[in-house]
Design a protein. Structure first.
Length: 256
């Protein structure tokens, strides 16, 4: 399956989820408390500056980008899914926040070198066919001393116990919810094209960053955000295993 077909199916899958994506805990920001937790997390890793130029790659409905726009930054979001961005544009308009959404491939952002102070993404690396290429291109569009921020985790550790728990939770979700998350999912061929389809362990994310040339790599554990989100999960959603969840940041060095 070639890259064009893989990305077309990925875009269509998210288009189908767009209308109810934000209703799922851990996707949409559903409380003021969670919003403030994300703001605090960003403040620990963003470079100095009151109005940074930020690129949100794989921005979806703008959950992260709109928080950053509210913090006073100039945010551009790109995504393959027009459906997801359509929801994001409505949210930005309703909140009067100046986040721009445009069609673009997260693995190859359509911008010149040294354009952005920050490149950020959430829950994206697992769904990229070429994460190493993506990191290299994010490095290029960052300004010297710019920061990349990756928010990710491990959704499937491959164990039998985890598989049983996820399957059990999914059965109840399909019975009790009109639109359970991941109802359609990716085809086997697309899954086979994704090296991190079960999520991205910290060590693997660090390897991508180090191989690209990022320095000063830091990791912020996001268990506190998971705990906050877990308060809003339905009983059958709590059957799912608790996954590692982190924010990793790295800096682009100034050329000697």
């Amino acid at each position: 399956m070639d890259d064009k077909a893989v990305k077309s199916e990925i875009a269509e899958s998210w288009n189908e989820e767009a209308a109810y994506y934000d209703t799922h805990v851990s996707h949409g920001i559903q409380t003021e408390e969670e919003r403030l937790l994300w703001m605090n997390a960003f403040q620990t890793v963003l470079p100095p500056g009151d109005s940074l130029s930020i690129l949100d790659v794989g921005c979806g409905t703008g959950a992260m980008g709109l928080i950053l726009a509210e913090m006073g930054h100039a945010v551009t979001g790109i995504d393959l899914s027009e459906g997801m961005m359509g929801i994001g544009r409505k949210k930005a308009e309703t909140a009067h926040l100046p986040m721009t959404f445009q069609s673009g491939d997260a693995e190859d952002p359509p911008f010149a070198e040294n354009t952005f102070d920050v490149v950020i993404n959430r829950h994206l690396l697992w769904t990229l066919p070429h994460p190493d290429t993506a990191l290299a291109n994010w490095y290029q569009v960052l300004k010297p001393e710019g920061v990349v921020v990756v928010i990710d985790g491990v959704w499937d550790d491959g164990s039998v116990i985890s598989a049983v728990r996820r399957r059990t939770s999914s059965v109840f979700a399909r019975i009790l919810e009109p639109h359970p998350h991941g109802e359609k999912g990716y085809s086997t061929k697309v899954c086979d094209a994704l090296p991190n389809r079960g999520g991205v362990p910290e060590a693997e994310a660090r390897r991508y960053m180090e191989n690209t040339g990022f320095v000063g790599i830091s990791i912020l554990n996001l268990d506190h955000i998971r705990v906050n989100q877990r308060q809003r999960l339905k009983w059958y959603q709590k059957i799912n295993p608790i996954s590692p969840y982190y924010l990793m940041a790295g800096r682009k060095e100034i050329c000697p």
